[in-house]
Write a protein of this length. Structure first.
Lengths: 427, 426
């Protein structure tokens, strides 16, 4: 068994405390029960710190009455050991938790039987050996996890973990970052990702490319160790500064790579600002039609009138409007046609399959207009397969980038082959 | 492309645009042929439709006309635009004015019958015939301006916001300072109450709840004089998190068992999930039905998962959840009922309803019916008109200045106002 790292040994972790407790329980197992609540199986967005804290709070009254002992495991699971007399109260607490997380797919279906996906009950006397083995496993896993944390497979989760421990983005930090932003050379942080038409197995057809400033790079360079996700409003303010920098870059750019059909992400406030007017001056009128302005869905809900005014103005100037950032949950709130947008971007999420389902998703797509919806953040083949099955034909994401690269390689090889054949022919 | 930036004269120039315009008109006194002026009365738009960005964009729409050599556009201090040109086709200008009409189609000035509104929206002056009239007009404008610079700023401050919200825009550093002083300032006496009431069939009002809020105008006056706290939406949103904490710290001292009327508080979702709220929740204990939590629409949509979780938790504890930040137009665009709140607050405003078509009115009615009129509260009810509008949908719950007066009158008459007669306030 792996020994937990020193830090964990200094402060006994919950797993070790639980193991200790279970050992001591051996001599008075009678009338003791336990419940293991699998919060770790909830969707990541439903098991942030405050969720776990509030879930654990549900057991406060029972703990105060000395009816039981709660352990909060490292993986977010809860383990509660209690006296049999508290069984009804425990069940009520579990019911409350089910209600709290009722929007999570884990709660789908009826709460039947003794052991559902959400919780497992144990009779300590009967199941003592099982519990002991399980808790030993917890201790083992915890030790492993500490070591493995660094090379977390899911890099996004790792990034999130890193961010959640950083310095919070305070107004002063924001002010400093925005000052630095004015001097920083952002051109090497500009990324480009293609939105492609993809029908059947045919090679992806690039339609336009989104230009954006990589927030990850920006963090590394200008605000290492700053946690940007915890202050959403300040982050929004930062995006306004980024908008202006992006527009300035595009206005001045004599870089040939920034041509062709492009899209840029802007706040509505930016679209109405003098900076956008300068950009508008710099873009030849004929090119405006090939610029797609992506507006965040949040802007619709923050000031609908401003949103309508700004998009009307931009469309009149010849730009096309795309509503960005729709999720499987928010898509139901957006009526593309009424809002006058040319396109919408829907973020790929497994929940589209699991929670929304194919039938409903197809309906959403045809309501939006098949040719008006882009499935973005497609990291896997599965995303594209599902997208195609519900009528979507425009895609964006890492997987698409891979397909483009693959296609380019294939063509190059074909060219090389043809060239060598030509040489053969000449010979 | 013509140098449009120099032909568009803005108020920031050292000379007033009126005097530049007067010069221009004087200069062409002897070459009137083919010349004419068009005045576009943007000053007649509703205040919320003539903020700086509206005027900037309206002026910009004339770019195509300004490409020709002898055209100049003046943006007057009143927000009116004056275009002076020579031998430009009327059709080309009409095209631009059509665009403007469409841009401002939610304003009564440009809504309605095309012909009529066009006449009110613009005035045309042929220099060959009406030069003297126009010159006289411009002289008056220039005279009026020299004595009253700055007057226009007052007039364009929205009615709802009033004069309290002028001043330097907030930036992250000034926000940090404001935040710090807010954390140190006693806010008890800045907390105000405004009732939301139910108007019964017999016309009498009953209190639904008292909203407890921190007056932002007062806050600005006291801790940030010279700054405009609401100048940037995101920085203001961030500030509200501190406001939340300060309000909770005050409300935590109340006794909820003996509280006569239910209260409501506006909170960020992040605040509800914080330890500050946990402490408040412990004080409220089992009297949660006396507390309505108002959540802002923008906050809700910034993280729906968090909202669903928070809403469930609040409802489970017995609080009632109110979705704030809707307006009559938004009801036309999406269905807030999907959010399953207990109450929905719609901020009334003449700007939303005066150009409402019969079809739009019906659509809104349908949206309200689907959710249930008894869940709606019409806020910012400032006039009788707002109440009439709401009643057409069967909405009987209100909040606003107009209601405050009604309540005051009833209290003067009867000495008190009935609270909710039972728990079933909705």
């Amino acid at each position: 068994m792996a020994t937990p790292p020193t830090a964990a040994q200094r402060i006994p972790n919950q797993e070790n405390l639980l193991l200790d407790y279970v050992h001591r329980l051996e001599s008075h197992k009678q009338d003791r029960h336990a419940v293991h609540i699998h919060l770790s199986a909830l969707k990541p967005q439903n098991r942030r710190d405050h969720h776990i804290r509030m879930a654990a709070n549900t057991f406060d009254p029972l703990i105060k009455m000395l009816d039981g002992q709660l352990f909060q495991l490292h993986n977010s699971d809860l383990f509660f050991i209690y006296k049999h007399t508290a069984q009804n109260d425990v069940e009520t607490s579990i019911l409350k938790l089910r209600f709290l997380f009722s929007d999570d797919p884990l709660m789908a279906g009826a709460d039947e039987g003794d052991n559902t996906k959400f919780r497992t009950y144990f009779d300590v006397e009967r199941d003592y050996e099982t519990i002991l083995a399980l808790v030993r496993q917890f201790v083992h896993d915890e030790g492993q996890e500490d070591e493995a944390e660094e090379d977390e497979k899911n890099s996004k989760a790792a990034l999130q973990a890193k961010q959640s421990t950083g310095e919070p983005l305070t107004p002063r930090v924001l002010g400093r970052v925005e000052q630095a932003l004015q001097r920083a050379d952002l051109s090497n942080m500009v990324r480009r990702q293609f939105i492609c038409g993809l029908i059947g197995q045919a090679a992806p057809q690039p339609l336009f490319s989104e230009l954006f400033i990589s927030i990850a790079d920006l963090r590394e360079t200008l605000m290492p160790g700053v946690n940007v996700t915890e202050s959403p409003w300040l982050f929004q303010h930062l995006t306004e500064s980024l908008d202006r920098r992006m527009l300035a870059m595009l206005s001045k750019s004599n870089d040939n790579s920034i041509t062709g059909e492009i899209s840029i992400n802007l706040n509505v406030s930016t679209l109405l600002s003098p900076e956008f007017m300068q950009f508008d001056d710099a873009v030849p009128a004929s090119m405006r039609g090939s610029v797609v302005v992506e507006l965040q869905k949040l802007d619709i809900f923050s000031d609908l009138n401003a949103f309508l005014f700004a998009s009307e103005f931009a469309k009149d100037r010849g730009y096309r409007i795309c509503i960005d950032g729709l999720t499987y949950e928010t898509v139901a709130f957006v009526n593309r046609e009424k809002l006058g947008a040319d396109m919408v971007k829907l973020i790929w999420d497994q929940e589209l399959v699991d929670t929304i389902g194919k039938a409903k998703a197809s309906e959403i797509v045809s309501d939006m207009g098949n040719s008006r919806i882009i499935l973005c953040r497609c990291d896997t083949d599965g995303a594209i397969e599902f997208g195609q099955s519900i009528g979507i034909s425009m895609f964006q994401g890492r997987h698409i980038e891979n397909l483009i690269a693959e296609d380019a390689r294939r063509r190059e090889m074909e060219m090389a082959k043809r060239r060598s054949q030509n040489l053969d022919f000449i010979d | 492309m013509a140098d449009t930036s120099s032909t568009v004269t803005s108020v920031s120039d050292r000379r007033s645009p009126e005097s530049s315009l007067l010069d221009h008109v004087g200069r062409v006194a002897h070459s009137r042929s083919g010349r004419f002026a068009v005045q576009i009365h943007l000053s007649q738009l509703r205040p919320h439709n003539r903020k700086p960005h509206h005027i900037r964009i309206a002026a910009r729409s004339f770019d195509s006309v300004l490409n020709s050599a002898e055209s100049n556009l003046y943006v007057l201090s009143s927000n009116d635009l004056v275009l002076i040109c020579k031998d430009v086709r009327i059709e080309d200008i009409d095209l631009v004015i059509d665009k403007l009409c469409s841009l401002f189609r939610n304003d009564p000035l440009t809504a309605g019958g095309r012909r009529r509104s066009r006449e009110e929206f613009t005035s045309w002056f042929d220099f060959e015939i009406e030069y003297d009239t126009f010159l006289q007009n411009v002289r008056e404008m220039a005279d009026g301006q020299s004595g009253g610079l700055g007057q226009t700023e007052d007039a364009s401050a929205g009615r709802g916001l009033g004069m309290g919200f002028v001043g330097e825009a907030l930036d992250p550093f000034s926000l940090a300072k404001v935040n710090d002083s807010l954390n140190r300032t006693r806010v008890d006496d800045m907390i105000q109450q405004q009732p939301a009431v139910i108007i019964g069939a017999d016309g009498t009002e009953r209190i639904l709840f008292q909203e407890n809020y921190l007056s932002i105008a007062e806050l600005q006056r006291r801790i940030a004089p010279g700054y405009n706290l609401i100048s940037n939406q995101w920085l203001f949103q961030h500030l509200t998190q501190t406001v939340d904490r300060r309000i909770l710290a005050t409300l935590i001292r109340d006794d909820y068992e003996t509280l006569a009327e239910p209260i409501s508080i506006n909170l960020n979702i992040a605040t509800v999930l914080s330890n500050d709220f946990k402490r408040f929740d412990e004080v409220v204990a089992e009297f949660t039905e006396k507390v309505v939590i108002e959540l802002q629409q923008i906050d809700v949509f910034s993280d729906l998962d968090n909202f669903y979780y928070t809403r469930n938790w609040l409802k489970d504890r017995g609080y009632r959840v109110l979705l704030d930040g809707l307006n009559p137009v938004s009801l036309h665009y999406f269905d807030p009922g999907l959010l399953e709140a207990d109450f929905y607050k719609v901020g009334w405003g003449l700007e939303f309803t005066e150009t409402e078509s019969a079809q739009e009115h019906d659509d809104i009615g349908e949206a309200i019916n689907k959710i249930g009129a008894e869940r709606f509260i019409v806020a910012r009810a400032e006039t009788e008109e707002s109440v009439r509008w709401a009643l057409t949908f069967g909405i009987r719950r209100f909040q606003g200045y107009f209601i405050d007066e009604l309540v005051q009158r009833q209290i003067e008459k009867e000495g008190h106002l009935a609270g909710p007669t039972n728990k079933q306030v909705h």
